[in-house]
Design a protein around this ligand. Structure first.
Ligand SMILES: [Zn+2]
Ligand SMILES: [Zn+2]
Length: 334
């Protein structure tokens, strides 16, 4: 099958129409006709080879919503005609310890949708059935794409850290990931404090469900909430004064990062020891948890705030994201 896609061929290059042949469908694979695809910061990082693992030409796109149009003869759980979502991962081995425990996202032999294979800035994409997540019937397809990568990335830490509805929590960085985290945590029952350095976003952040917006550039505002947070989720990829965030944690609190900060994080041991505090991180989440998250979203009508661009205007969409103007997540429509 011939796929019409958009690909970059060099760092900082523009996306150009690109066609490729999908080849024979594997027995456990499905082909998905793409209806929508979200634009994630990882697409930018991969386009520009910031992580040193890009293979050009690259078709980005890993927040895919579409319909199964072909299924190999050993595909389980889904069938032709089903609406599915495909995120950062497209396959895992199904037999290692992690896969057998249901943590397919930690499989060492997993395949990313846009590393060594082509993603969702296209009319079709292929993946293993295990990562083609069946969508709840009532879900809004036009807004669901970003849940498949950004959404599950901020949902998994809530489970990992055992966040309780009675907790007071903080979210650092209110962009694509952070704004979804606020919505999840609000519906989880928590009191949510947002850390943002952009005062222009304040009203929108409060409307999402945060009870307070703290200017993360003002040390006095951080001091004022010392010892009050049970959980902090960092969604930014910049180096911050981590110790001042640790002081905002209550005893037994956890600072959890999903933002890929490239420099080592300076964490003083005494900032952790006295209050039995912990620091952790996580990538996306398992297929089963992704499905659970989608059901939670439908139950509470939780969706990312999206801006829609037609797929043909993908370069405009990327430029919009690069300039920091996305409010708050971009979705491409086929
Ligand atoms: Zn992503
Ligand atoms: Zn595995």
């Amino acid at each position: 099958m011939k796929v019409n896609a958009y690909a970059v061929s060099e760092p900082k290059g523009k996306l150009k129409p690109y066609t490729y042949e999908l080849g024979t469908l594997g027995s456990e694979e499905v082909d998905i006709k793409v209806s929508y695809c979200g634009v994630c910061h990882s697409d930018l990082s991969m386009m520009n080879n910031e992580w040193g693992m890009t293979q050009y030409p690259l078709v980005p796109g890993h927040e895919i919503i579409g319909e199964v149009v072909a299924a190999g003869n050993a595909v389980k759980n889904i069938k032709i005609g089903d609406k599915v979502g495909l995120g950062w991962l497209s396959a895992s081995c199904m037999s290692c310890q992690q896969c057998m425990e249901g943590s397919h996202h930690l499989c060492k032999n997993s395949q990313s949708t846009i590393v060594g294979r082509h993603g969702g800035f296209a009319d079709y994409v292929r993946g293993h059935w295990s990562w083609a997540i069946p969508l709840p019937q009532a879900i809004d397809l036009s807004k669901a794409g970003p849940l498949l990568c950004g959404g599950i990335t901020v949902f998994n830490p809530i489970i990992l850290a055992d966040v309780k509805p009675t907790d007071t929590v903080g979210v650092i960085g209110i962009g694509g990931l952070g704004h979804m985290a606020i919505k999840f945590l609000k519906h989880w029952g928590c009191e949510v404090i947002a850390f943002s350095s952009n005062p222009a976003k304040k009203e929108e952040i409060l409307a999402m469900g945060a009870t307070k917006v703290i200017n993360s550039r003002d040390p006095k505002e951080l001091e004022a909430i010392a010892g009050s947070l049970n959980f902090i989720l960092n969604t930014t990829n910049v180096s911050l004064d981590w110790n001042s965030y640790l002081t905002t944690l209550a005893p037994k609190g956890r600072l959890h990062t999903v933002g890929a900060v490239l420099e080592p994080m300076a964490i003083p041991a005494f900032g952790l020891i006295g209050g039995e505090k912990t620091v952790g991180g996580s990538p996306i989440g398992s297929p089963a948890l992704t499905k659970t998250m989608l059901e939670f979203c439908v139950r509470h009508t939780i969706y990312p705030t999206v801006e829609e661009f037609p797929m043909e205007k993908v370069n405009e969409a990327i430029e919009h994201l690069e300039k920091g103007n996305a409010r708050f997540r971009i979705v491409l429509k086929n």
